[in-house]
Design a binder for this molecule. Structure first.
Ligand code: NAG
Ligand code: NAG
Ligand code: NAG
Ligand code: NAG
Ligand code: NAG
Ligand code: NAG
Ligand code: NAG
Ligand code: NAG
Ligand code: NAG
Ligand code: NAG
Length: 875
């Protein structure tokens, strides 16, 4: 079998940039790589494996797939010296197999080096991400390039070489009986093939396939030797194999997808040479027009992809796209190098995860524009729609936007404005206006018509997330338009948060994973903090600061109560209210890190490690602590920590958010490594998923999800804030806004707690002491965690090098924490004044005692385990 001949797969520049060529990846260790990923329906990948789990590190010998894993008939052939024909893409069979000798991946490109007998060539799949601010024409054009970069002889002899690439209609439907219609335009600058469904249904989907699109496949006519054809796929592939050219004829007999399967093809004769540079460029695209039906209230807009503002016909747009290839490539290289340079400052693994995530983040969107009533383009009316790719047809889901936010902020924060605008638009248009933010703007992409179902239980998460994103956008872009336009609505949401954030049992996180956890409550507080910052912008230059002050102090008050609710007695964040031993990935701390919410930082981030690993440092004998802690360490699987204690699942986006919020680089790198390990899991069933088992890596969901934009969390955090100026005469703001009230609708604490200040102090002191003890404890214990992790990684590495044979030795047992409900701590409950000093001192005494023991224990660990790990300091 041909893949047995394959040797090490070198991954050149991306890994070598900082290791002087030392580092290589094992053959096939990236299981799925993007080929053409520009929109929810132009989303093609190559899955580097066969059914039996054997890795095939080549686009040849396996079928490309769309995001849900469905294969597409997209075949590339090369014919050498008029006798041997090789298949370099797809799995038609009947041709000689190729060898792939290298795979090189950057943020926008996948490059394979392919050996076909005595010639080798590089094929590049480029899916541009246009960083240049607000180049909506280019960014909205749902096309990718496939290019043959260089072809060279490997035996010193000249060879005659012909190339071939085709596509079938499998981009359009998963129904074999789907009737198709196709055509070829060969008259002007390019040969442009297109295929569509004969029976179109607007703005609908069937099994992840849009029911109203056309796939385009084009090549410039500047090649003198260009031939083309449409017809039965097997026949035209054989024709090329036999004669190295096609018939330039169209098959006019339109028929079903699998009825003598129709394909459209092109071929180029490169002639005879030793080496030739940049010979061939193809374009592959998927166009739906109009792209989005947008129904708000009584009005419906048919919105088109933005590129139509520049082009009259699709053929003009395709001609330009093909002509633009040299500069598109150099823009892409510049962008790739920038991402690589920035990410490599963190680590080589981080450079890899940022490179793989970019195309899937940008490939889930449609950038649209509307027309005015007089029929002209309204170029200021940009709206961007994102599909919940890999999960559902939900549109602009708030939690997915938030996960992807770091990538957008890093490349172009203006994208965030146009992604959030439809959510805000829907919110103000609903009647009556909800007091909390929606979860999305519909669940039938690309038909945008509003949210159905339960919104209230997600209202805390969505309102807080929206306020956070709106402030982050303003901070990173300097553009206050959203704040100006929607200020009263934002205030409504913030008041909802003030009233409800600590009312913990009513809400769950918007992905439905978590019922109350301290993450969610902290998110609510950060949302209120964001509102105080936005109010401050409004009050700039006025004598008043009452609004911003009142939100700031509400956030402050809530934080103090959160310490009692959300932290256990040892100071770690619980994931389940009142369950002392519960813990989780503290992903929401990323929101405060991003917004530079220093008040949170000071109080919470001082002891970041605490929030990941539980310690029980109050009143415990050392043995009990040791065994408890040992069990927590056991929870770290090869693919990371579970998102919450008691679960086995984890998520790559939350893992990266947590890693980015930490100020500890060692732990950060461990978390990146865990995500990196899942990315390389060779059993991947689909494009890089978000959610999986932390121990086994088995898939839970979110294939090709845009949430993977969270990988940019570390880079987004470092972005400088821009000066923001709010123009009060824009938008809807009136100055007579009232301060939030907490008494009537407010949280329980405002009325029931008798001496909030005093009590809170005791809580804080208790927590801080507990944390101090725990931090020291953890530094020692972290060492074991690292050792374990390293050992696992080494094992995995050994397994990989031993030629695909060995399976993991791990049992499938799901780890469980010994969850023990210890009830709410007494401190949480308001007590009469007389009780306070006493209980405070008891708590303090206990904490101090705990601290003493921790320190003693820590000394023991140190003497046994050698020095603690070295910390590089914060990023
Ligand atoms: C082909 O691609 C590889 C990366 O996979 C690169 O190192 C090499 O320089 C390329 N060769 C040519 C001739 O462009
Ligand atoms: C693939 O590599 C093997 C081993 O080097 C070689 O024998 C075979 O001819 C190569 N196949 C092609 C298509 O180049
Ligand atoms: C190509 O053209 C030749 C000559 O007209 C014809 O015999 C042959 O059947 C055609 N092949 C295909 C696959 O269309
Ligand atoms: C263009 O769009 C903007 C933003 O939606 C809107 O405010 C404006 O009224 C539109 N202009 C026209 C002429 O329709
Ligand atoms: C939105 O449109 C879909 C069909 O595309 C329909 O099933 C759904 O009921 C509509 N929702 C609302 C809220 O009108
Ligand atoms: C916060 O708590 C203080 C007392 O600790 C109180 O004076 C103030 O009104 C509270 N602010 C809000 C917004 O609840
Ligand atoms: C933490 O300490 C308390 C107090 O002794 C104990 O009851 C509890 O079991 C410990 N928690 C865990 C998770 O071990
Ligand atoms: C974050 O806030 C601190 C003060 O709270 C300030 O010194 C620092 O410059 C801010 N950082 C950024 C990136 O804005
Ligand atoms: C503020 O907005 C108003 C109305 O849009 C405009 O006339 C004015 O020039 C703006 N002021 C500044 C300082 O941008
Ligand atoms: C790929 O996964 C299979 C199990 O599905 C395993 O047997 C094999 O060793 C793995 N190969 C590599 C290179 O890791």
């Amino acid at each position: 079998m041909y893949w047995q001949h394959l040797t090490l797969l070198a991954i050149p520049a991306i890994f070598c940039a900082w290791t002087a060529g030392q580092q290589t990846l094992i053959l096939g260790s990236l299981p799925v790589v993007p080929l053409a990923v520009r929109s929810p329906y132009l989303n093609a990948w190559i899955n580097l494996k066969l059914e039996d789990g054997t890795v095939v590190p080549s686009p040849g010998g396996t079928w490309p797939t769309v995001s849900n894993g469905q294969g597409i008939g997209w075949v590339g052939l090369v014919r050498v010296d008029g006798k041997a024909s090789y298949e370099w893409q797809g799995n038609q069979g009947g041709f000689l197999p190729t060898n792939t000798t290298a795979l090189y991946m950057t943020a926008t490109r996948t490059v394979f080096t392919i050996q076909a007998g005595p010639v080798e060539f590089n094929v590049t799949y480029l899916s541009p991400v246009e960083e240049q601010p607000s180049d909506w024409v280019r960014q909205s054009f749902p096309f990718s390039y496939v290019s043959i970069d260089t072809v060279w002889s490997t035996d010193g002899q000249e060879h005659q070489v012909q190339f071939y690439l085709d596509t079938t209609g499998e981009w359009l439907s998963n129904d074999h009986d789907e009737e198709l219609t196709w055509s070829t335009s060969a008259a002007s600058k390019s040969v442009i093939h297109s295929i569509k469904r004969t029976h179109q249904q607007s703005f609908n989907e069937n099994g992840d396939f849009a029911t109203d699109g056309s796939v385009y496949f084009a090549i410039s006519r500047t090649y003198p030797s260009l031939t083309w054809q449409s017809g039965f796929s097997t026949d035209i592939r054989l024709l090329f194999g036999n004669q190295g050219a096609l018939n330039n004829t169209e098959d006019a007999q339109h028929r079903a997808m699998y009825s003598t399967q129709p394909a459209v093809a092109t071929s180029i004769n490169l002639g005879t040479f030793l080496t030739t540079a940049s010979p061939i460029v193809w374009a592959i695209g998927y166009v739906r027009d109009p792209a989005i039906r947008y129904t708000v209230g009584q009005s419906t807009q048919l919105r088109r992809s933005y590129f139509w503002t520049k082009y009259q016909t699709i053929n003009d747009a395709i001609d330009d796209f093909l002509l633009d290839f040299p500069s598109a490539l150099s823009r892409a290289i510049e962008l790739d190098n920038k991402v690589l340079a920035d990410a490599a400052q963190v680590s080589s693994k981080y450079a890899t995860v940022t490179a793989l995530c970019l195309r899937q983040t940008f490939g889930a969107m449609d950038i649209t524009v509307s027309k005015t009533t007089s029929g002209d383009w309204n170029e200021s009316d940009v709206k961007i729609f994102m599909k919940d790719l890999g999960n559902s047809r939900r549109i602009n889901p708030v939690e997915v936007l938030f996960a992807a936010l770091p990538a957008f902020l890093y490349f172009n924060p203006t994208l965030v404005r146009y992604l959030l605008d439809p959510l805000l638009d829907f919110s103000i248009s609903s009647n009556p206006v909800n007091g909390y933010a929606p979860s999305d703007i519909g669940s039938t992409y690309p038909d945008v018509n509003g949210t159905l179902g339960d919104q209230y239980s997600f209202g805390l998460d969505t309102s807080a997330t929206m306020l956070t994103m709106i402030l982050a956008h303003a901070q990173k872009s300097g553009d206050a338009t959203l704040i100006e336009t929607y200020f009263p609505l934002l205030k409504l949401w913030a008041d909802f948060l003030v009233a409800n954030t600590l009312d913990i049992n009513k809400f769950s996180s918007s992905d439905g994973l978590a019922k109350f956890d301290s993450n969610l409550a902290l998110k609510g507080i950060i949302g209120v903090y964001a509102m105080s910052e936005m109010s401050r912008l409004f009050e700039q230059g006025t004598s008043s600061s009452s609004l911003s002050d009142s939100y700031a102090s509400a956030a402050e008050n809530m934080t103090q109560h959160w310490f009692a609710l959300g932290l256990s007695s040892d100071g770690h964040m619980t994931s389940s209210n009142g369950v002392e031993s519960s813990w989780g990935l503290a992903y929401c701390l990323y929101a405060s890190a991003l917004l530079n919410a220093s008040w949170i930082d000071e109080k919470v981030l001082v002891f970041p490690i605490i929030y990941l690993i539980v310690i029980n440092c109050s009143n415990q004998i050392i043995n009990a602590q040791t065994s408890f802690y040992g069990s927590q360490i056991g929870l770290a699987g090869d693919y990371g920590l579970p998102y919450t204690s008691g679960a086995s699942l984890t998520r790559s986006d939350w893992t990266l958010f947590t890693a980015a919020a930490l100020t500890d680089n060692t732990l950060r790198d461990d978390m990146i490594s865990a995500v990196f390990a899942r990315m390389h899991l060779n059993r991947s069933d689909c494009p890089w998923p978000i959610s999986y088992d932390s121990q086994t890596g088995s898939l839970n969901g979110g294939c090709a999800s845009p949430s993977q934009g969270a990988m940019f969390a570390l880079l987004a955090k470092k972005l400088a804030n821009q000066p923001i100026s709010v123009n009060i005469s824009n938008g809807a703001i009136s100055r007579s806004l009232t301060a939030p009230t907490t008494s009537a609708t407010g949280p329980a604490y405002s009325t029931e707690t008798e001496h909030p200040g005093q009590q809170n102090m005791s809580v804080i002191i208790g927590s801080v002491l507990g944390c101090l003890a725990g931090a020291g404890f953890i530094f020692g214990s972290l060492f074991f965690l690292r050792k374990r992790w390293n050992r696992k990684t080494a094992l995995a590495r050994m397994r990989r090098t031993s030629a695909f044979a060995v399976d993991e030795e791990k049992t499938a047992a799901t780890p469980t924490t010994s969850l023990k409900v210890v009830g709410k701590r007494q401190m949480i409950h308001p007590r009469p004044e007389s009780d306070l000093p006493n209980s405070t001192s008891v708590v303090l005494r206990n904490e101090v005692e705990g601290l003493r023991r921790e320190v003693a224990f820590l000394r023991e660990i140190r003497s046994e385990a050698g020095p603690p790990p070295v910390y590089d300091g914060p990023l």
